[in-house]
Design a protein around this ligand. Structure first.
Ligand code: IPE
Ligand code: IPE
Ligand code: MG
Length: 244
């Protein structure tokens, strides 16, 4: 049985949901069916996080680089996303879950964009948990977009270069106002960040598992949290300093 301490939970968990394609291959199915089965794992992760009391859950659903995939796979992924939003909005209301989307959302086009706006607006006053969907998201793109807007504000005289601090810069990111992830989980056995939350993960704890995303269930998530709770987050200090 997994033993987790409910008083020392990560406030924010981020997940790179990887391995749908390989899962499909193993089950002699097309990649798209892998993504379809992955949707069930998304539901399970949201439910589990809500149940144990995680405040923020960020899910990497579609990267900037994923646009390079075959067109049929891209449109299948976007369709699944739309279906997911349609099917889950009631559950989000029942569970007091707020939905936030981050990324280059305009590039998703209609009708996805309106669906995202509709669900975000409808759930905006929910406070039980925040689910952040990273869509058409790239960490470097986010940083460049933030720099672009900040320079614009400088030129418009709204801020001066001396005012630029890491806190001010963070306010220009898609994640303005959201806490940094405490724990990153990546399924599917790859050991890389793939352009996810580069700025925000400066001090995040990383957890990698071979489990493919469509197989990832509550017990796997609880195991990741248990592992996280065994770690000492020193933030540059010494172990002794933390004890006093
Ligand atoms: C993750 O699974 C889903 C997305 C990237 C959208 P993959 O489709 O990357 O699965 P693998 O890595 O090919 O197995
Ligand atoms: C990362 O997975 C993106 C998402 C999970 C949405 P990828 O499968 O696209 O990552 P790489 O290309 O293997 O690094
Ligand atoms: Mg992959």
């Amino acid at each position: 049985m997994t033993e987790i301490d409910l008083k020392r939970l990560p406030k924010h968990i981020a997940i790179i949901m990887d391995g749908n394609g390989r899962w499909a291959e193993r089950h002699a199915m097309g990649r798209i069916l892998g993504h379809k089965n992955g949707a069930e794992s998304v539901r399970a992760a949201v439910r589990t996080c809500r149940r144990i009391g995680i405040r923020y859950l960020t899910l990497y659903a579609f990267s900037m680089e994923n646009w390079l995939r075959p067109e049929a796979e891209v449109s299948a992924l976007l369709n699944l996303l739309k279906e997911y939003l349609e099917n889950e909005v009631q559950e989000m209301m029942d569970q007091d879950i707020r939905l936030v989307a981050i990324g280059n959302l305009d590039s998703l086009g209609e009708p996805i964009l309106s669906k995202i706006n509709e669900v975000s607006a409808r759930t905006s006053r929910n406070r039980g948990m925040t689910v952040i969907l990273a869509l058409s998201y790239g960490g470097r793109d986010e940083i460049a977009a933030a720099a672009r807007r900040m320079v614009g504000d400088c030129l418009a005289g709204k801020i001066t270069p001396e005012k630029v601090t890491k806190e001010l810069f963070a306010d220009y990111l898609y994640t303005a106002g959201l806490p940094d992830p405490d724990l990153l989980i990546r399924t599917g056995g790859e050991y890389r960040i793939s352009n996810f939350l580069l700025w925000q993960m400066a001090y995040t704890e990383f957890y990698f598992t071979e489990v493919l995303w469509p197989d990832f269930r509550e017990r796997h998530l609880l195991k990741a949290v248990e592992d996280y709770q065994k770690r000492e987050r020193r933030f540059g200090r010494t172990s002794e300093q933390l004890k006093t």
